[in-house]
Design a protein around this ligand. Structure first.
Ligand code: ZN
Ligand code: ZN
Length: 389
């Protein structure tokens, strides 16, 4: 089959690889109908995330038709249309039973390595480094789904791929980030980063009843999409984020702050941005936490910082004094996708939200390597890419 494979920094290729096979009785093989490039794939593309090996199949946001089912899988039938969450979960361990699917204790095949790096293992993820199990991803014609009797979400007839594809990652990720904010009707929610996850965090915060939602980015096309979703916008290249947030909250600061940027934040005019880039370049720091520092500084005391943005390793110069003395709560984590999918699918069926708004580019799988560049460099107004095998 054909697939997009990682070969090193900035080197994704459209390769021929062996077809996946049923390896365990609970598996299923899915024939891809649509897949997407996620912002966190760019951390692999740019070489910021450790644990990739040459030839790894990329992709963790995908859907398709069930082609083959293992003999112990009672949930799926050949021909079912499914969205596959990026978190692989067993459904049986203590964390899965608590709904903490992204920290499933059993699905990471490289548990020992993850235990060493993070202290504990987290779930296996599709197409996302050997630290999370080294599973082949879904930017391919076919994919093997382990524990396929747990996570895949069956899609009712009458919905397009574009409406439901993002249930596998960015929609529940933005939603979980907003839910983690415990939004009250008097709250201002500020969202740093109006990329795909930021867009869903914005719309989720609006759906959850925030008084005002503020989007911070530098790209006009992202800011206008955020505005269409109900946000007030701040372009951080044109104005001071901190001053504008103070102004919009009568000097009190937003109660809830969402970091939808993660480890590669830009800090155009800030001294700390130069510091982080220099330290990162000589491997003394893995991630650039400019957004985190800014959130800690501006968040209203007793507020919540919600972090769906991906971080990989270590950061420094984090203002712990401000974090502690202001009594801020930090909530973070990979998305517990299946905790939210029933509710979100119903909202799509009811017409409350149509996630396809975020798609700016559709291309063939073969055009994938080119589309990684277009997406990474935000060329041609690119916000979200869908690929069709
Ligand atoms: Zn993702
Ligand atoms: Zn589990």
């Amino acid at each position: 089959m054909k697939a997009l494979c990682w070969h090193g920094k900035k080197d994704i290729r459209y390769d021929t690889v062996p077809d996946p096979k049923i390896e365990h009785p609970r598996d299923a093989i899915i024939k891809m109908t649509s897949c997407a490039i996620c912002g966190s794939d760019l951390h692999l593309f740019d070489g910021f995330m450790p644990g990739m090996e040459k030839g790894d199949v990329m992709g963790h946001e995908f859907m398709g038709e069930v082609m083959e089912v293992g003999p112990e899988n009672k949930k799926l039938k050949v021909g079912d249309k499914v969205v596959v969450p990026f978190t692989i979960c067993c459904g049986e361990c203590e964390q899965c039973r608590r709904g903490n699917f992204s920290v499933c204790e059993t699905t990471n095949r490289n548990k020992d390595l993850a235990d060493k790096v993070f202290g504990h293992t987290t779930a296996g993820l599709f197409g996302y480094t050997h630290l999370t199990g080294g599973y082949a991803g879904g930017q391919a014609e076919f994919v093997r789904v382990p524990f396929a009797d747990v996570a895949p979400v069956k899609i009712p007839d009458g919905l397009s791929d574009e409406q439901v594809l993002f249930l596998g990652d960015i929609f529940p990720t933005g939603w979980q980030a907003a839910v983690a904010c415990d939004i009250q009707s008097t709250d201002t929610v500020a969202v740093w980063g109006a990329g795909p996850v930021g867009q869903f965090a914005i719309r989720s915060a609006v759906m959850l009843g925030a008084k005002q939602v503020i989007a911070i980015d530098r790209l006009p096309e992202r800011l206008s999409m955020a505005k269409a979703g109900g946000a007030i916008t701040i372009n951080f290249e044109e104005e001071s984020v901190i001053e504008r947030l103070q102004q919009l909250t009568k000097g009190k600061g937003p109660e809830k702050c969402i970091d939808a940027v993660g480890m590669e934040s830009h800090a155009t005019h800030a001294i700390d941005g130069l510091y982080d880039r220099a330290k990162q370049a000589v491997m003394l720091e893995t991630d650039r936490p400019h957004v985190l520092r800014e959130m800690i500084y501006v968040c209203r005391p007793a507020g919540i910082l919600s972090i769906p943005g991906v971080y990989g390793g270590f950061i420094d110069k984090l203002p712990m004094g401000a974090l502690m003395n202001k009594g801020l709560t930090v909530r973070t984590g990979q998305t517990h996708v299946n905790r939210w999918t029933d509710d979100l699918l119903q909202r799509i069926v009811d017409g409350q939200v149509d996630p396809s708004f975020v798609i700016t580019h559709t291309a063939s799988l073969e055009q994938g390597p080119e589309m990684y560049k277009t997406f990474r460099d935000k060329l041609d107004g690119c916000i979200k890419v869908v690929l069709k095998p």
